[in-house]
Design a protein around this ligand. Structure first.
Ligand code: NAD
Length: 286
């Protein structure tokens, strides 16, 4: 723990340009948040549709937070959809937020490493893949760090800063400084299954999924949790996070979860019913 506290010391690292790869639920919102905090951001995705959706969500966020027409326009000017990845080589921080697929992430990191500035931070928003695995194909595998944001990005203050024993202390300090500068609360954690938050949260979500399987209606489970004081019930939260992401984290933590992940969760993911983002998960979402 002392070791981790040392990594949390501040640094004078300054990021002006952030490049985010993956413009889905998380990447789009991380990009918009960094713009809101004054940075210029290029957002890369394979699909123009995803970029269009991210731009619309960003505009809504700026309208809510900035109100003034000129400030909203200034923010929109700093939010740059970047289908080709032209911003990569200019960025001080690169944040990867593509699908939770180890092979896809590894291939992407290998691809982008030669095009990045030498001293830029290379971060992954992975929820469950060990950093050692992500960095395996890199010339400098120690340069990958985890910046694990939570959903919804604009409302959740915490960002886990995920490191291994090999992570250079300067890198962890710079990442810590970056997270503070975008107005979030850094929590240094090691790259262990579930990091910290999901290790605590996932058994709770999975118990709710097991209850569903036992025939308890989703609305009853969510109402009970809200009456208890939770801002959102566990079934809606699972749908909001995305069932593919929940499954991936649950698999990594399965030894803590009765040794297996619930079959109903697996079945929905196989049917591409991933929650809010596909319009259907445990609930129907319009
Ligand atoms: P998502 O499915 O909503 O978005 C992924 C995006 O990545 C898609 O728009 C896809 O087109 C794009 N993409 C895929 N491969 C690409 C490539 N090679 N180049 C460019 N773009 C590519 O997923 P998400 O929920 O935003 O999750 C993204 C990451 O964030 C995952 O690693 C996940 O574990 C992590 N995460 C998710 C949550 C959550 O609540 N959903 C919370 C914290 C962390």
């Amino acid at each position: 723990q002392d070791d981790l506290k040392n990594l949390a010391a501040d640094s004078d690292f300054r990021a002006h340009h952030v490049h985010v790869i993956g413009g889905g639920v998380m990447g789009g919102d991380i990009a918009a948040w960094c713009v809101l905090r004054g940075m210029r951001v290029t957002l890369q995705d394979r699909g123009p549709e995803q970029l269009g959706r991210a731009v619309r969500r960003a505009r809504q966020l700026f309208q809510r937070k900035l109100r003034d027409r000129y400030r909203i326009q200034e923010a929109m000017d700093r939010f740059i959809p970047d289908h080709q990845g032209n911003g990569l080589g200019k960025a001080d921080v690169v944040i990867e937020a593509i699908f939770e697929d180890p092979a896809a992430k590894q291939a992407l990191f290998k691809d982008i490493e030669p095009h990045m500035k030498k001293d830029a931070i290379l971060a992954s928003n992975t929820s469950s893949i060990p950093l050692q695995q992500l960095g395996a194909g890199l010339v400098d595998p120690k340069r990958i760090i985890g910046l694990h944001f939570f959903n919804p990005v604009a409302r959740m203050p915490l960002v886990e800063i995920v490191t291994t024993h090999e992570t250079p202390p300067d890198l962890a300090r710079d990442a810590n400084g970056f997270v503070r500068r975008i107005g979030k609360l850094p929590l240094p954690v090691r790259s262990e299954p579930g990091f910290l938050v999901n290790r605590v949260l996932m058994p709770y979500l999975m118990e709710a999924v097991i209850l569903l399987d036992e025939g308890v209606p989703a609305t009853d489970i969510d109402r009970a949790a809200r009456n208890f004081g939770m801002p959102m019930g566990p079934v809606e939260l699972a749908d909001t996070v995305g069932l593919d992401i929940c499954l991936s984290v649950a698999e990594k933590l399965s030894t803590l979860l009765h040794g297996k992940v619930p079959g109903n969760l697996q079945a929905l993911v196989e049917q591409e019913q991933l929650g809010r983002k596909t319009g259907r998960g445990f609930y129907e979402w319009s």
